[in-house]
Ligand binder design. Structure first.
Ligand code: SIN
Length: 297
């Protein structure tokens, strides 16, 4: 097995693995180390089934098969969150436009995920890449003055702020809505395994910096998003069918590049984007906004 970095800030490709064959403990430990070091690792073109995908994901930690996104699980495998642009029985998929803005998974809950393992079932001829930003690099590249201001601040993470939710208004599944009350998350995140500090923000669900008005917080958040997503802190993954990609959600943000069709009829080769995601369970983080005594300005 060989590990080849894809940029100087984030991402590595793992070469020489066939995941149809059981892995030794040594290889599993090396994969976990590579994931913690590079934040995103990719194993290209793996012809594995759903069970093998779930088993592979366990290398990186316990799975989260009961999170807010379980509302969109695979009918037979609760661990799998299905993201697809396929239409079923004339109905466009509710997950066709998930992740089109920069975000870190599940920060709008009290248990943001530790990471995720995405397996490409079907990819369009072109488009629908995924970009990942290193939030370690983003934090480290800020000035000491900015870091010291941000480290005592929290943001309001509210899923109803995001474009995906706003398009659906009240039509989002009830089981999803009931688990997504606004929460406060610190802007400085300390990784529980590496101890490294990173910036925690997000375009999709971050409503404002807590205790500031929207007008005060918007320019700061805009600056931070632009800063964190500078090309030198970002990798862009061009998918091939079978690619297996593992990201560490505790030090990255990601977004799908929405330049592919969002609604396609079944059996349309070259246009279907179908991903299976296994989510890794994170640690409790943040607190409910409604439990904060202070009124947001
Ligand atoms: C996501 O989990 O945010 C979606 C990632 C992708 O579909 O590439």
């Amino acid at each position: 097995m060989q590990i080849q970095r894809v940029t100087n800030s984030i991402g590595a490709e793992v070469l020489g693995l066939d995941l149809r064959v059981p892995l030794s403990d040594t290889i599993k430990n090396e994969l976990k180390r590579a994931w913690l070091q590079h934040q995103v690792i990719v194993v290209r073109e793996q012809e594995i089934d759903v069970r093998q995908h779930i088993e592979f994901a366990r290398i990186f930690g316990p799975l989260d098969s009961d999170s807010a996104v379980s509302a969109f699980s695979h009918p037979e495998h609760r661990e799998i969150f299905v993201l697809t642009n396929e239409t079923t029985d004339g109905k466009p998929s509710e997950t066709r436009d998930v992740g089109w803005q920069w975000h870190t998974d599940l920060t709008y809950t009290l248990c943001p995920s530790a990471g995720a393992v995405l397996h490409a079932q079907s990819v369009p001829d072109c488009g629908g890449d995924t970009m990942f930003a290193s939030m370690y690099r983003a934090w480290e590249a800020l000035s000491p003055g900015m870091r010291s201001m941000l480290k005592s601040l929290e943001c309001v993470h509210d899923v109803s702020n995001g474009a995906w939710y706003r398009k659906r208004a009240e039509n989002a599944p009830k089981s999803f809505i009931s688990r997504t009350r606004p929460v406060l998350q610190p802007m400085l995140h300390v990784h529980p395994e590496t101890g490294r500090e990173s910036l925690r923000i997000g375009e999709a669900v971050v409503r404002r910096i807590h205790g500031m008005t929207d007008d005060e917080s918007a320019p700061i958040l805009r600056f931070l998003t632009e800063h964190a997503t500078r090309p030198e802190f970002v990798m862009r993954h061009r998918w091939r069918r079978g690619d297996l990609l593992v990201w560490d959600n505790r030090c990255t943000m990601h977004k799908v590049v929405a330049d592919h069709d969002d609604v396609v009829a079944p059996g349309t080769p070259g246009r279907i984007r179908r991903m299976h995601r296994v989510t890794l369970k994170g640690q409790p983080s943040g607190r409910l906004l409604e439990e904060d005594g202070r009124q947001a300005a």
